[in-house]
Ligand binder design. Structure first.
Ligand code: MV4
Length: 463
């Protein structure tokens, strides 16, 4: 096992990794920017080294500085968290060449999934269901038209180097297809330096279901069930839950098997997530992409499986075989996560950094708060707005929803605006309580002004 790990990240995930290391008796080094010096991750790590000013391009993304700290502090491994360098194959290679273990998959495995068109072909060959679409990349307008006519409109043009919703265009006819084909290419060329695109049949109002897997260096792969991440706004997830309320146990079984097959197809190692699109009209699911990192919402899978995904990720990286087999994975009860963002839902979700003048998190049975902030903490304006996560676990979905509402009501954060009122609103919608929401739900409900109306009514009732 490792003696010392460097954590190349910030915020709640840096603290999450520090906590796992403490429990495992592993020493920790946190690297941080000037803006993060007051974070709890910096406070609780054994060593903390400032690596630069606030902008992440001058701190958290500087490979040379992070490696220098790793060498000076004599660490055995680096945990990249999510975002920043976590899916950077070049960084994984540099770590390896410096004899430092990158806690994650190999650079080759990362690359195999990083190109979405290549990943799609790999899944086709492995017989993992994929959305009907082109074989490989589309080079010409004529090719694009031919495949679109075969699939029938609507179709979606996607950038091979994209992912997470970037570099996509939906087309409903020949005209918008030609336009979208060029627009997606140009955008991808600019954003990723790679203009390759492919085409898929567009699934309308899909659900976003993802499967958590753990894979060791000896070919053992297990799946810790799925997460429903359909409650999202402009590709930003707000509420995630496990299990998904909208799949049957037979679909779950098939989806988990497909996820294991997908991981095996690229000889994957470490923790990873296989994203699927689910068509609610047919209950068919299709491979979308694989995230080769630990995700924000890994916590809901931890709550239902009882497995500490970060610890397992560290054990796998240290060369230990998985102790648990699929038959030992017991998924119990229901978990819901609400992302706590420093943003104002009444002002189009504008960032709301600044001083937390009063902070009192909720507690009680089945209530978990993962956050690096505290009373009197000043949220820097330089990063993502997520300041923590509320995760609840209940014996069933009904209990989890009630517990989540209770915990949100008792989560007191003054001085800044947060996403909490919006999440209270979402949890109370009929679509959520009945488990019948898809990835278009938030956009549809915002159009009607339902949130503002509900908030007004709530304020009046409290007068
Ligand atoms: C799709 C799709 C419908 N049909 N592909 C968005 C993120 C990226 N990973 C893929 N995405 C989508 N791909 C086909 N063939 C709809 C989306 C999509 C979406 C997917 C998951 C979660 C939220 C979404 C919001 C808009 C569009």
């Amino acid at each position: 096992m490792f003696n010392k790990i460097l954590i190349a990240n910030r915020g709640e995930i840096a603290l999450r990794v520090v906590r796992a290391c403490k429990e495992m008796g592993i020493k920790t080094v946190v690297v941080y920017s000037k803006a993060d010096e007051d974070s709890l991750a910096v406070r609780f790590a054994d060593e903390a080294v400032c690596i630069g000013p606030a902008p992440s391009t001058q701190s958290y993304l500087l490979i040379e500085r992070i490696i220098s700290v790793a060498e000076i502090c004599d660490v055995d491994a680096i945990h990249p968290g999510y975002g920043f360098l976590s899916e950077n194959a070049h960084f994984a290679e540099i770590c390896k060449s410096c004899n430092i273990t990158f806690i994650g998959p190999s650079a080759e495995q990362m690359k195999a999934m990083g190109d979405k068109a290549v990943a799609r072909e790999t899944m086709r060959n492995a017989k993992v269901p994929i959305t009907p679409g082109s074989d490989g990349i589309i080079e010409t307008e004529a090719q694009a038209l031919k495949i679109a006519h075969k699939l029938t409109y609507p179709v979606i043009v996607k950038a091979s180097a994209g992912g997470g919703g970037r570099g996509m265009r939906i087309a409903h006819n020949d005209n918008s297809l030609i336009q979208g084909f060029h627009a997606a290419k140009t955008e991808a060329e600019r954003a990723f330096g790679n203009g390759d695109v492919y085409i898929e049949k567009f699934v309308e109002n899909p659900k976003h279901i993802e499967a958590q897997i753990l894979a060791d260096n000896y070919g053992n792969v297990i799946c810790l069930g799925e997460r429903d991440c359909s409650m999202q706004r402009r590709h930003q997830k707000l509420i995630e839950e496990s299990p998904s309320p909208s799949i049957s146990s037979s679909t779950r079984k098939k989806l988990m098997e497909a996820a294991v097959k997908a991981a095996k197809a690229v000889h994957y190692t470490s923790a990873g997530t296989i994203e699927f699109l689910l068509d609610p009209k047919t209950n068919n699911f299709y491979f979308m992409e694989m995230n080769t990192r630990v995700q924000v919402e890994h916590t809901v899978s931890e709550m239902v499986s009882g497995i500490d995904i970060i610890k397992e990720q560290i054990r796998i990286a240290a060369g230990e075989p998985l102790k648990i087999q699929q038959k030992d994975v017991v998924l119990r009860g229901h978990a819901i996560e609400c992302r706590i963002n420093a943003e104002d839902p009444f002002r189009n979700f504008a960032p709301s950094p600044g001083l937390i003048s009063f902070y009192s998190p909720p507690g009680g049975l089945g209530v978990r708060v993962d956050s690096h902030v505290y009373n009197g903490y000043r949220i820097p304006p330089h990063y993502d707005s997520m300041i923590g996560k509320l995760i609840v676990h209940g014996n069933d979905r009904k209990e989890a929803i009630a517990r989540c509402q209770m915990a949100l009501d008792q989560f007191l954060i003054h001085g800044i605006k947060t996403s909490i009122p919006f999440e209270q609103f979402l949890l109370a919608t009929r679509e959520f309580t009945e488990g019948k929401y898809d990835t278009g739900f938030i956009e549809r409900i915002m159009k009607g002004g339902a949130f503002e109306q509900a908030a007004k009514k709530d304020a009046e009732s409290k007068k």
